[in-house]
Design a binder for this molecule. Sequence first.
Ligand SMILES: Nc1ncnc2c1ncn2[C@@H]1O[C@H](COP(=O)(O)OP(=O)(O)OP(=O)(O)O)[C@@H](O)[C@H]1O
Ligand SMILES: [Mg+2]
Length: 405
Amino acid sequence: MTKDFQIGFVKNEVYKVEQFGNSFKLIDTQGTKVGTLGATTSTRKGAFNEGKALQAYINKNGKKTFRKVDMSVYNSLVIPMNTQDGGVQFEDNTDHTAIKDFIHQGSVNLKPTELVMTELKWKYLIRSAVRAKNIMMTGPAGCGKTMAAKALVKALDRPDFYFNLGATQDPRATLIGNTHFDKNKGTFFSQSAFVSAIKTPNAVILLDELSRAHPDAWNILMTVLDQGQRYLRLDEAEGSPIVKVADGVTFIATANIGNEYTSTRVMDRAILDRFVTIEMDVLTDEQEFGLLKYMFPEVNQDDLKAIAEIAHHTRTQSMSDSGKVTSMVSTRASVEMAGLIYDGFDLFESAEISIFPFFSPDGGVDSERTYIKQLVQKYVKDESGEPLFNEVDQEKDSEDDIPMF
Ligand SMILES: Nc1ncnc2c1ncn2[C@@H]1O[C@H](COP(=O)(O)OP(=O)(O)OP(=O)(O)O)[C@@H](O)[C@H]1O
Ligand SMILES: [Mg+2]
């Protein structure tokens, strides 16, 4: 799929319709009259009569159209947020209805179509951000944690900042800053981008791969994330300057918890307690197939189905105590595999590149690598489209699968 546009709603292009004499004009979320923007008369008039807003929508030909959406979508972009008691509230905090409408209706259109996540979890994600909770996305590798966190950041239309804590070796420099020496100025301190981020009111700060961060990073973040403290100390020494976290700032972290990667450190209980947790679900085979079809409509569906089933099989196997494999094919790896097929590699070649390396070759014919190769082979077809391995072979395979004691 090499479209240079994205099908779906355009996040910020939401308009209400007002009548001026005989004509219906669009008003943007700043309150400015912007004309018709190419929306047809019947669309504008229809929205006005039904009390709906119009949101820009890119159709499958890349053309911008307008679709009716609930007024709450428009209102959510107009109403500025402020903070009270550590929780972000809408300006008129007696208007609890506006908040509920945004969570339950307005936000639904803001979820990217290609993100597979239940509507309930998406709403909970939005609700946690609106209420200025610290949010932790958990789940195994490649299941969409970073994708969901980024989608939330985009949907909220607030100042956003991204920090990958898994990649940083020097937490102090990343989170606090550096002390420099200049022969004219003497010693001076340059604050980190993180310090600027926490000083920005209503910022949404993504702390990616917090579970892989250096323990020093967790220590530094402890007071920042605590709802009762919310400050960053620039130096360990007592009495050293502190930076207060601005009102309405929300943190979203991601963590691989309970997965096979040893590089993930065991996170401190105290840091985990500072977050509400949203666990990303591992996709079912139907969901995975649906996602792959959506992403690669040009690829042969049998191949996509094979990928989804192979991935699903490794997931159920790796989660069971007596499973044949100990790691799973992630959605990231499935997407990668489908992308290779799209670019002309065959099913087996794609598997060889994107999934075999995750399975250990130790043990030769009894290894996980051999098992996964045999699994993929069952889906490989010959030129006539017939499976290379017939039922008898498969039965024989499954007999071989009976564990020996
Ligand atoms: N739930 C999902 N919905 C749609 N696409 C997904 C989903 N999960 C994974 N993907 C695909 O896999 C890719 C990797 O996902 P992402 O980076 O969000 O994983 P992650 O959970 O953050 O992994 P890691 O633990 O390695 O950081 C995405 O770019 C997307 O193509
Ligand atoms: Mg990630």
